[in-house]
Design a protein around this ligand. Structure first.
Ligand SMILES: *Cc1c(COP(=O)(O)O)cnc(C)c1O
Length: 363
């Protein structure tokens, strides 16, 4: 059995996987309408929101694009607070769609420093909106979103767009309490689902921005999604198979309790970090910002992380993730989001332990 330990796609539990083989239905019929409304209720519980939420047939990047294209306009001044490659992607989407993007980059492995954010917003009053990643999957760092939102919304009253792709459902995120305008996430991360769906929430403030927004949009035009939602339909043909799985997965998540799901992720992450340190390896970010969905592990100087990953895969059938950009080869990443058992973590740690001597590390 393969132990797939990458930060998405995640292994889908068998009972959820089974729902994928349900026969197709009319996506403009009464049964679909019931399912869509049930799903949306479940998503609202997980997002901790009363805001509108839409189900998109796309990967997470589509929801990031939807966030940008539905609220901003070409030439509009936007701040992208980035702590890694997914943060950079958010800013890139905004600039491709014509926004005037100011970048506030923090060093790899660290989180957004709220005082810096405040300084930049103070110095640039023409900025209307802020883009931020909740959990930077490439470095295994979680931003403390609540104080960030307090500055962006409470102190400066800007629009706040959040990439919560690898956090929503796994890490504490409270859309309404923290006043997050747009939150985007994707099925193959913490939701125990296959890839193919993305979810996006829109606050009233986001809808007000939408009315003024002139960026081009068609497939991801959320006002069309809203108009069709009121009829119990999607604007376009949805990924029904994944929605059947989502419908069922949400009943499990709600029955377990969203707070308990967060706790389960925190426990598994702690076990992972402790196990990595017991092997003499280093967790890349500081504990105060280390993610509970993905652990980035730094290799000792001169040891190739990708070489280690190769042995772990060939000899033990454990799939670890590499790192992107300037971190390539210097780190590997462990995904522990969705449903993860302690046995799977133990087996992964054993596989790494057995492979370390092959890359010249004594344990
Ligand atoms: C996975 C991920 C993305 C990209 O999602 P896709 O589904 O691959 O498009 C964006 N941001 C973060 C934080 C992610 O973890």
């Amino acid at each position: 059995m393969v132990n797939l330990r990458i930060p998405g796609p995640i292994p889908v539990p068998d009972d959820i996987l089974d729902k994928m083989s349900t026969q197709m239905m009319n996506h403009r019929g009464p049964k679909f309408k019931e399912m869509l409304y049930r799903i949306t209720d479940g998503l609202k519980q997980v997002f901790h929101t009363e805001n509108d939420i839409f189900v998109l047939t796309s990967s997470g990047t589509g929801a990031m694009e939807a966030a940008v294209a539905n609220t901003l306009s070409p030439g509009e001044k936007v701040l992208c607070a980035s702590i890694g490659s997914f943060g950079d992607r958010f800013g890139k989407i905004a600039s491709v769609f014509g926004a005037d993007v100011t970048r506030l980059n923090f060093p790899q492995g660290t989180a957004v420093v709220v005082d810096e954010l405040r300084r930049v917003l103070d110095a640039n009053p023409e900025i209307t909106s802020v883009l931020v990643t909740h959990n930077e999957t490439n470095t295994g760092v979680t931003n403390d979103l609540e104080p960030i939102a307090r500055v962006v919304k409470g102190e400066f009253d800007k629009l706040l767009l959040v990439d919560g792709i690898s956090s929503v459902c796994s890490l504490p995120l409270k859309t309404d309490e923290w006043d997050l305008d747009v939150v985007a996430t994707a099925s193959q991360k913490g939701w125990m689902l296959p890839p193919g769906l993305a979810f996006i929430s829109m606050s009233e403030r986001a809808w007000a921005a939408n009315e003024k927004s002139t960026m081009p949009r068609f497939y991801f035009n959320l006002s069309e999604y809203k108009r069709y939602f009121d009829m119990g339909q999607p604007p376009w043909t949805p990924n029904l198979s994944a929605m059947y799985a989502l419908d069922y997965a949400l009943t499990k998540i709600v029955a377990e309790g969203v707070e308990n799901v967060w706790k389960r992720h925190a426990d598994i992450a702690q076990m992972t970090r402790d196990g990595i340190r017991a092997l003499g390896l280093e967790v890349f970010p500081d504990d105060s910002v280390a993610s509970n969905t993905v652990t980035a592990v730094k290799m000792p100087e001169g040891v190739d992380a990708d070489e280690l990953r190769k042995h772990v895969l060939q000899d033990h059938n454990v799939v670890l993730a590499g790192a992107y950009g300037e971190l390539t080869g210097k780190m590997f990443r462990i995904g522990h989001l969705g449903y993860v058992s302690t046995e799977e973590i133990e087996q992964m740690l054993d596989a790494i332990k057995a492979s370390l001597p092959k890359v010249g590390i004594g344990v």
